[in-house]
Design a protein around this ligand. Structure first.
Ligand code: ADP
Ligand code: MG
Length: 543
């Protein structure tokens, strides 16, 4: 086509304000953005990693060491960089820990890929090599992992401790590790096929400022940010009989407007009497079921509150559906949609329901549930920032303990598994011919970023640490890792630095996946900002 020919009109297939980048340029920019994300959170990796302070537009501050939290709060705009944030989120959802590792690794994979691109290795070759390497990596990790006895609390303790080392929870991490193990073991469900399943939402983490982190407590039951509805109600009920209602304890449905016209004062009294009678009947029904504690998802009428109080019943209203379901799981009570079904067989039980003062507010505690399948960790600490970071550390620990119990396999931490894997992949690369070998080698080298970063963040010499680690592994010590506190090469298992297998397999496969995805892009077509509506035309909002 000759564009100089005045008779040939240029054709546009995209809107005028579209931004477009193609070929190497597109690749370069995407890699750069993704690498930047990796570099940004690198400094937080490991027990000696630093924290980041994030300030949002309203001036709210978060201080954290948690990879996924940093990335979520950074409000990243670049599309390729956003893909790395997704990796962190997936890791968080699947395992709960290892988010920084996954993103740092993805960044490094792309950095190494860039070197290959510079040497004119085609992206599809790199993609093929990375895919091969990732698949092999998972196999290698699985075969070098250790099967454990999932009832071994000492081991679970080490796993929880490893996840919490270096986080805001540091000073109380032993106590917190024990709380986490107890909480997770409480909610484990044994399946018929012999396996186990754990629903992480059954471990609720509540927080309240005040006291210190060491006062964090496990409640084998539920904590509600609520108060009893009437001051005359008992504050404490021992061995309560618990009734759960998904129906209001009132006549008038406050959510709809109804209008009744009454002309005669006598009729008004009649009407009020009738209403009172109905409330009395409802309360009678509650009391005669044997219930002395009521949790209601909807409202409770003033008269009902008074009558319940007179009967010594503790009642709480406007409880969320999810909380009501949790109470049901913890106490065994059935949730009723009609008060007519109230009878003793559907009531739940626990050791104690009590309203307690926590900080400057009251909370309702449902404690000592036998066989509680839903539990609560109440995090305490001096300031909002402290408890938020402790909560995140606890979530990581709950994640790794669950992953360990449900999978039953662990690997050595402190970069031992990454170095082992890197060496195995290098050996595997030698068995390949052709250019994929280069990509597998690049993958193998990328894994070195983990020990390097752990060392760097601890102020150790990266190169020395790496050399010593490699030497130790080649010396038939496959569990050698770097202890960032002493700077020495140690046996990670003996030192109790242990992580669930899933932590590593997930991090490596998602890092590889996102690297591959970014490498395969050679064209970025971005729509420009929306054009303003033409003059005189109302826009969609009709404004
Ligand atoms: P992530 O978000 O990836 O979990 P962390 O900041 O929690 O990042 O760091 C996890 C890394 O720190 C893992 O590789 C783990 O093995 C390592 N680690 C934990 N404890 C130690 C220790 N005492 N010495 C060296 N490395 C450790
Ligand atoms: Mg971690």
């Amino acid at each position: 086509m000759n564009t100089n020919n005045p008779n040939v009109q240029p054709i546009y297939i995209l809107p005028e304000n579209t931004n477009r980048e193609t070929g190497r340029n597109a690749q370069k920019n995407n890699i750069l953005a993704a690498k930047l994300v990796g570099e940004t959170i690198r400094t937080t990796l490991g027990p000696k990693g630093m924290d980041k302070m994030l300030v949002d537009t309203l001036g709210d501050v978060i201080v954290t060491n948690d990879g996924v939290t940093i990335l979520k709060e950074m409000q990243i705009e670049h599309p390729a960089a956003k893909m790395l944030v997704e990796v962190a989120k997936t890791q968080e959802e699947e395992v709960g820990d290892g988010t920084t590792t996954a993103v740092v690794l993805a960044g490094e994979l792309l950095k190494k890929a860039e070197d290959l691109l510079e040497n004119n290795i085609h992206p599809t070759v790199i993609v093929k090599g990375y895919r091969l390497a990732a698949k092999k990596a998972v196999e290698f990790l699985e075969s070098s992992s250790k099967k454990i006895d999932v009832s071994d609390k000492e081991l679970l303790f080490k796993v929880a401790n490893t996840a919490m080392t270096g986080k805001g929870a540091e000073t109380s991490k032993e106590k917190l590790s024990n709380i986490v193990i107890k909480a997770v073991l409480d909610v484990v469900v044994k399946e018929e096929n012999g396996g186990v399943s754990i629903d992480l939402s059954d471990v609720k983490i509540e927080k309240r400022t005040g006291k210190s982190v060491d006062d964090t407590e496990l409640i084998e039951g539920i904590v509600l940010d609520k108060e009893r509805v009437h001051p005359e109600m008992p504050k404490k009920v021992r061995n309560p009989k618990i009734l759960l209602l998904d129906t209001p304890l009132e006549i008038r449905d406050t959510e709809t407007d109804a209008k009744i016209n009454i002309n005669d004062p006598a009729r008004l009294q009649e009407f009020l009497d009738m209403e009172e009678n109905m409330i009395r009947k409802i309360v009678d029904k509650v009391v005669s079921s044997g219930a002395n504690t009521v949790f209601c998802q909807k409202g409770i009428d003033d008269l009902a509150q008074y009558l319940l109080a007179k009967n010594g019943v503790l009642a709480v209203r406007r409880i969320s559906k999810t909380d009501l379901e949790k109470i049901s799981k913890a106490t065994g009570a059935k949730i009723l949609t009609s008060i007519d079904d109230a009878e003793s067989s559907i009531l739940g039980s626990s050791g104690l329901v009590a309203e307690e003062r926590v900080g400057d507010e009251n909370m309702i505690f449902i404690r000592e549930c036998k066989n509680a399948k839903s539990v609560t960790i109440l995090v305490r600490g001096s300031t909002e920032h402290v408890i938020d970071e402790v909560k995140r550390a606890l979530e990581d620990a709950v994640g790794v303990v669950s992953a360990t119990i449900s999978d039953g396999r662990v690997v050595a931490g402190a970069a031992a598994s990454e170095i082992g894997l890197s060496l195995q992949l290098a050996e595997y690369a030698n068995t390949l011919s052709g250019r994929e070998q280069l990509a597998v080698n690049a993958f193998s080298e990328s894994l070195e970023i983990i020990p390097k970063t752990l060392a760097e963040n601890a102020g150790l010499d990266q190169i020395n640490v790496l050399a010593e680690l490699v030497a130790s592994h080649k010396n038939n010590k496959p569990n050698s890792g770097v202890d960032v506190f002493s700077g020495k090469i140690i046996n990670a298992y003996d030192k109790g630095i242990i992580e669930p297998l899933k932590n590593k397999t997930q991090a490596i496969s998602s890092a590889a996946e996102v690297a591959v995805m970014i490498l395969r892009i050679d064209d970025v077509i971005a729509s420009g900002p929306e054009m303003p509506p033409p003059q005189g035309m109302p826009n969609e909002m009709g404004m």
